[in-house]
Design a protein around this ligand. Structure first.
Ligand SMILES: *Cc1c(COP(=O)(O)O)cnc(C)c1O
Length: 306
């Protein structure tokens, strides 16, 4: 399975003398795009080895992770149960309609119950209700996810200096840090406001997985555009121009913000001339249909939904 490393040509890159390529992880797997497939791979193998039958997980109503688990369950023969934050809204939004179509059983948790999702006692209660359950945390981040994401860098078939990746729960960033093992520089772009808390998360995941501490990574925390799943007209305009110019559709929650940040840093001469940058496209386009509906956006058209 090989992923495309797609070089961009752009006046800004020429002007600043830097190179930028997009690693098209979004094309990795037809039904389970990008980093969600990387994060699930070794978890699915573990679930199989342990004789588990039901994948149980948590997520918001527009979650890429929930969509990926539903698709993975269908493809690999697991039942799936998704615990969704908040009340049921009908008709189901496009993400949840897709998961239901894949056979996922949807259950809804009040916001206060949802806060208990990482409590062992609460998890034990939930797991009692599913036959031979295998629990995946929210966003799918655990050490097997880190192991899967460490493989992203095997797709880098050309020399590079700096790798850029969007960050939510930070399993993907931790995996990349582990994978490169001190080589080059990695920049994570948190999609949440207050993303500095990821400093600790990444450090702990990297330490737990590899027993190492690496210094060759950093967070750029100012590209959240108001917070998780929030946007500004400027962000949407950037994503639209990027699509027209490079024929690559970014998502509004993660990769759009990350690439906006990458271009902004290039503008500010953050990278010396000659730097070879790679931005990892982690997928997430499934979210567009629901996003456009929720915010009444005319673009992108519904054809980007699965
Ligand atoms: C989930 C997701 C991320 C964040 O991955 P983490 O491992 O949670 O940091 C980034 N990009 C896309 C498109 C995602 O769906």
């Amino acid at each position: 399975m090989s992923v495309l490393l797609q070089p961009l040509s752009d006046p800004l890159l020429t002007q600043k003398g830097v190179e930028l390529a997009v690693l098209r992880e979004d094309l990795l797997h037809p039904g389970i795009p990008g980093n969600k497939w990387r994060k699930l791979k070794y978890n699915l193998l573990a679930a199989q080895e342990q004789g588990c039958e039901t994948l149980v997980t948590f997520g918001g109503a527009f979650s890429n992770h929930i969509a990926a688990v539903a698709a993975a369950g269908k493809e690999f023969g697991f039942s799936t149960v998704g615990y969704i934050r908040g009340e049921e809204t009908l008709p189901l939004n496009p993400t949840l309609a897709f998961t239901a179509q894949q056979g996922m059983l949807l259950r809804y948790l009040s916001r206060s119950d949802y806060r208990l999702r990482n409590e062992p006692h609460f998890q034990a209660q939930i797991l009692k209700t599913a036959p031979k359950p295998y629990l995946l945390p929210e966003g799918g981040t655990n050490l097997l996810a880190v192991k899967g994401c460490a493989e992203i860098i095997t797709e880098l078939t050309a020399p590079w200096d700096v790798l850029c990746v969007a960050s939510g729960t930070s399993g993907t960033l931790a995996g990349i840090v582990v994978g490169v093992a001190g080589k080059g520089k990695i920049i994570g772009f948190p999609a949440l406001k207050g993303g500095e808390f990821l400093q600790k998360e990444v450090t702990e995941l990297v330490q737990a997985y590899s027993g190492q501490t690496y210094q060759n990574w950093e967070l750029q925390i100012h590209y959240h555009f108001g917070g998780y799943a929030k946007h500004t007209p400027e962000l949407l305009a950037f994503i639209q121009t990027f699509h027209q110019r490079h024929n690559i559709l970014l998502d509004p929650v993660y990769t759009g913000k990350m690439l906006y940040g990458v271009f902004d840093l290039i503008k500010q001469d953050y990278f010396p001339a000659g730097t070879k940058l790679v931005a990892v496209h982690t997928g997430g386009q499934q979210g567009w249909a629901g996003y456009a509906q929720r915010y009444g956006l005319a673009w992108p058209s519904a054809k980007v939904a699965r």
